[in-house]
Design a protein around this ligand. Structure first.
Ligand SMILES: Nc1ncnc2c1ncn2[C@@H]1O[C@H](COP(=O)(O)OP(=O)(O)OP(=O)(O)O)[C@@H](O)[C@H]1O
Ligand SMILES: [Mg+2]
Length: 346
């Protein structure tokens, strides 16, 4: 049975997990840094890197203990090697390299986005390739066709903000606290989604790309007008975002008619209203819908270990070289054309 240790440290969660080839999460721990970053209303890279450095080694020891596994029992040590905040990524990757070297176990340098993209297969053993994937997280908003491990074609991306970022900024504007996504979702439950007129950027455009900067500005203007309750703004924002996502996916799905399943992954996939809207869309297209449980949507190490297991299953892969570098940027589809206005988000 394949057994892989996973390490995640690309943003503000320090996470370690042991996962086996039967999709069993043998052990996992996550330390969130919410308290450290809350006073700043967002993640401070230097604080994040230091917190990862303090927590990671004892956490690895604890998870191996929980799993009752010795380093030598492992088939691979997988760590996020990018994209992400480079200080944190380096902490995790260097730790994995040291353990791999000391125990003579293969190193697997995982693309964090590949971790998100394959996480639905950890949760759902029936999910086969190819599938249509909406990847919506704090840093990314993409529609991808997933043909296999390593086979990702990007059909759409955002020309400005990611969807998770829009949730976080909305929370900040409304003073709902940090982290923003779950706070907006909670407030939205108490509000009227029709109360505030907000734009649906890109809706109707022939290409399936996203834009959320204008929606964010409209949220700010609505808030500053003093005319609306925060709960109504949160609910109206969430509905506008969902309308955009559903419209953009409708365009992209026309190009992926051979995909039987619509899949959502990444932190925003934890949102129950987003999941419900996608389930409805899938049904209309005669597709199956699947999403990982919310805890596997936001950053975690089980998905990194799982991506390691998936890569170890490839015929020509026996591990990455120990001199592989951490990467602040690392697109899943290296061949995707830059999109006008995409700037750093492509
Ligand atoms: N219930 C929710 N509703 C909406 N958004 C949510 C919810 N839970 C989390 N999010 C959003 O998900 C994002 C975090 O997701 P994730 O941890 O995958 O992102 P990241 O790792 O920071 O970015 P990336 O994966 O692109 O590098 C945040 O922007 C957060 O607000
Ligand atoms: Mg992430």
């Amino acid at each position: 049975m394949t057994l892989v240790l996973g390490i995640e440290s690309s943003c503000d969660e320090t996470a370690v997990a042991v996962v086996d080839g039967d999709r069993r999460i043998v052990a996992q721990r996550i330390a969130s840094q919410d308290e450290e970053h809350a006073p700043f209303g967002g993640v401070v890279p230097e604080i994040a890197a230091r917190a990862h450095a303090e927590r990671l080694a004892p956490m690895i020891e604890a998870v191996l203990g929980d799993a009752d596994v010795a380093l030598g029992d492992l088939d691979g040590i997988a760590a996020t090697a990018g994209p992400g905040l480079i200080g944190g990524v380096m902490v995790g990757l260097v730790s994995a390299k040291a353990l791999a070297m000391a125990s003579n176990v293969p190193l697997i340098a995982v693309n964090h986005l590949e971790g998100h993209a394959l996480s639905p297969r950890l949760a759902d053993g029936e999910l086969n390739f190819p599938y249509a994937l909406l990847l919506v997280s704090g840093g990314h908003c993409q529609i991808l066709r997933v043909d296999g491990v390593g086979g990702y074609r990007r059909l759409a991306t955002t020309i400005d903000d990611a969807l998770g970022e829009a949730f976080d900024k909305t929370a900040k504007i409304l003073g709902l606290g940090f982290p923003g996504g779950p706070a907006v979702e909670r407030a939205a439950k108490e509000g009227d989604a029709k109360a505030v007129p907000l734009p649906r950027p890109m809706v109707g455009s022939g290409e399936p790309h996203f834009s959320f900067a204008g929606l964010k500005s409209a949220v700010l203007r609505a808030h500053e007008s003093g005319k609306y309750k925060s709960e109504d703004i949160a609910a109206s924002f969430q509905q506008a975002a969902i309308d955009c996502v559903v419209d953009r996916l409708r365009i992209a799905l026309a190009e992926m008619q051979d995909c039987e399943t619509l899949v959502v992954a990444g932190g925003v996939a934890a949102n129950a209203s987003v999941r419900a809207a996608l389930e409805e869309l899938a049904e209309k297209h005669g597709m199956r819908f699947t999403a990982p449980p919310p805890k596997l949507c936001t950053d975690n190490a089980a998905m990194i270990a799982w991506a390691g297991i998936e890569r170890l299953g490839l015929p020509d892969f026996a591990g990455d070289p120990l001199d592989i570098s951490a990467r602040p940027r690392w697109p899943l589809d290296a061949g995707a054309e830059p999109v006008r206005g995409a700037g750093v988000k492509a």
